[in-house]
Ligand binder design. Structure first.
Ligand code: MLT
Length: 312
């Protein structure tokens, strides 16, 4: 029985370790059905896009070492009886830490301040005087006592909510998929769950943690921005397509949205001075990559050995 791991999944050792018998593991950068790797029974992948790929006729399972499955043709897999796994929660801590880092950094103008300070490198003796000007230009806001709206209260959203409470923020939330009680039970003990419109209206900062689906695509757009406070900061560590990027650029231009921090750079966003984009780093920690790889490997092993699905 063979299994294939693709692209940046650090799974080969993990798979070999947990499956010393039975499974033969190939580590590939590209998906090809060939003589060397054969026609795998399962694939474990991270960012590799499977949408235009032929699925092998032996393929029984694809496991994504990550939360989102939008790089996998889930419908086609379902039609062909191929089980698709993801690793919910395995990278939640990594994303939570990045969200809170970015929340505080954006509130204190850290990103803009760093870029600006770099421009002083050839100013010699003038640097102290110019620094005084920078000090005035980048006065920030404290997050204590401000309202954080969390859209999506699954593994990541609940952790973010929990820690934001510890930072003395007021936290409100909405989840389109799970019951509010369940979600809030995952976080400390409080607080207020509400409709998405109320979350938009009350929040000084909004962070989104939902998967990309037909219902959530472009949920941040001109209409929803109009429900929000002027100058709201929006953090997107879920998927770029949750946001209508040209509406976001217009909202940033007008100041309706004060800051946009995105893990998904695109041209519209990169040209706006009050937007910060990073290269999909939310879950990129050594610990998270390993957690996801181990969970994906276990799921595949369990499924190939027993035929049962265990999503943990
Ligand atoms: C995920 O889907 O889990 C995240 O976007 C992390 C990633 O793929 O890098």
């Amino acid at each position: 029985m063979s299994t294939m791991t693709l692209d940046r999944v650090k799974t080969i050792k993990t798979l070999n370790a947990i499956a010393p018998s039975g499974l033969e593991v190939f580590n590939k950068d590209q998906f090809t059905i060939d003589n060397e790797s054969g026609n795998p029974d399962a694939i474990v992948l991270r960012s590799f896009n499977m949408h235009s790929m032929e699925l092998g006729d032996r393929l029984k399972a694809i496991a994504r070492a990550g939360a989102g499955v939008n790089n996998i043709p889930v419908e086609k897999c379902t039609e062909q009886g191929i089980v698709v796994f993801n690793t919910p929660g395995a990278n939640a801590n990594a994303v939570k830490e990045m969200v809170l880092t970015s929340l505080m950094a954006s509130s204190r103008n850290l990103f803009a301040g760093i870029s600006w300070t770099k421009t002083l490198k050839d100013e010699g003796d003038q640097i102290p005087k110019l620094v005084e000007a920078g000090k005035k230009q980048f006065v920030g806001k404290e997050i204590k006592g401000k309202t954080l709206g969390v859209i999506g209260l699954g593994a990541i959203g609940a952790l973010v909510a929990n820690d934001a409470l510890e930072l003395d923020m007021d936290v409100v939330g909405f989840d389109p998929f799970i019951s509010v009680d369940t979600a809030w039970n995952l976080s400390r003990n409080v607080q207020r769950a509400m409709t998405i419109e109320q979350v938009f209206a009350e929040s000084d900062y909004i962070t989104v943690h939902v998967p990309l689906t037909d219902d959530t695509r472009e949920m941040f757009n001109e209409d929803t921005f109009s429900m929000m406070k002027n100058g709201v900061h929006i953090l997107n560590f879920s998927r770029g397509e949750l946001v209508n990027e040209s509406d976001m650029a217009a909202a940033l231009e007008s100041g309706k949205v004060g800051k946009y921090i995105s893990d998904f750079p695109n041209e519209n966003i990169l040209k706006m001075k009050n937007a910060v984009a990073i290269p999909h780093l939310g879950a990129s920690t050594k610990e998270s990559e390993e957690n996801c790889a181990v969970m994906a490997a276990r799921q595949v092993k369990h499924f190939l050995e027993t035929g049962n699905v265990k999503n943990s």
